[in-house]
Design a protein around this ligand. Structure first.
Ligand code: IPD
Length: 270
């Protein structure tokens, strides 16, 4: 039956149903690829691309069936249905390098945005089945259990997650920022899937997270999970989280981390 509600919990229910099936497909395609013939890196990469596309197609088809009037923005196929009030933002497999290597840190990320505001989001680790959910104003959950972010206030004691883009020039700048930040924090973690990094921050497994160059599908769902878990999620200088910068940190840690990143021109470079 078709669905039209734009209530956060109704959107979340749809997102979760679809994400679970999508995660099953991603995990199954990897298992099948591993048990068949894969022996060269380029073939491996093709397998990742094929899985990414197949999972996004599955999500898009299910959304078209359940919610034909809605718009979609996906990593692989771009946008469809412009102008609709509800827009689904989809990363079919976030953490594709982990997927390639079999590191159990890759996720399906689905968010629902209404008039430009993210109201619901799910991030499901397709390797482990861990699932983080949030609805605007409704809190954040890991497998149904309410979660809160870290209460760390001191940057020097903060464990900070980050990630790097694929472009070499961007990485050069990101490396310079990282080397400027590293002496001022407890340590750095790089897990390889932005959506999961944001969920880890949401439950205090890391104190904070930042990254330049994220696309909406990388941070829409995880960003809501982090925000609903009590973190401040924003860009630099009062900007919305977006391509130039996404920072997620406990409110008292946000300022010091923000100022350090700003001084390092973290949103600059390529
Ligand atoms: C990437 C991952 C990675 C982050 C990159 C993203 P993908 O997404 O989230 O952790 O550092 O910026 O592009 O390519 O695996 O979907």
């Amino acid at each position: 039956m078709q669905r039209t509600s734009s209530e956060p919990l109704d959107l979340l229910e749809t997102a979760v149903e679809i994400a679970r099936r999508a995660a099953d497909t991603a995990a199954r395609m990897r298992a099948e690829a591993v048990s068949s013939t894969i022996d060269t890196k380029s073939t491996d990469t093709d397998v990742v691309t094929a899985a990414d596309r197949a999972v996004e197609r599955q999500i898009a088809e299910e959304l078209r069936t359940l919610r034909p009037g809605d718009a979609l923005l996906g990593e692989e196929y771009g946008s469809a249905g412009e102008g609709a009030a509800v827009r689904w933002i989809v990363d079919p497999i976030d953490g594709t390098v982990n997927y390639l290597y079999g590191l159990p840190q890759y996720a399906v990320s689905i968010a629902a945005e209404v008039d430009g505001v993210v109201l619901a989001g799910v991030v499901r680790n397709a390797a482990t089945g861990d699932e983080w959910t949030a609805s605007r104003g409704g809190g954040a959950f890991h497998d149904g259990r309410p979660i809160r972010g870290s209460r760390q206030t001191v940057l020097a004691q903060a464990l900070v997650g980050t990630g790097f883009g694929y472009d070499a020039a961007r990485r050069t700048h990101q490396a310079a920022v990282l080397s400027g930040l590293l002496p001022h924090v407890r340590d750095i973690r790089r897990f390889g899937a932005a959506s999961l990094d944001l969920c880890f921050a949401a439950e205090g497994l890391i104190d904070a997270y930042y990254e330049k160059g994220l696309n909406p599908w990388d941070h829409a769902a995880g960003g809501l999970v982090a925000r609903e878990a009590g973190l401040t999620v924003a860009g630099l200088d009062g900007a919305e989280p977006g391509l130039p910068m996404v920072i997620a940190a406990p409110p008292a840690l946000f300022g010091p981390l923000h100022d350090r990143l700003s001084a390092l021109d973290a949103a600059g470079g390529a």
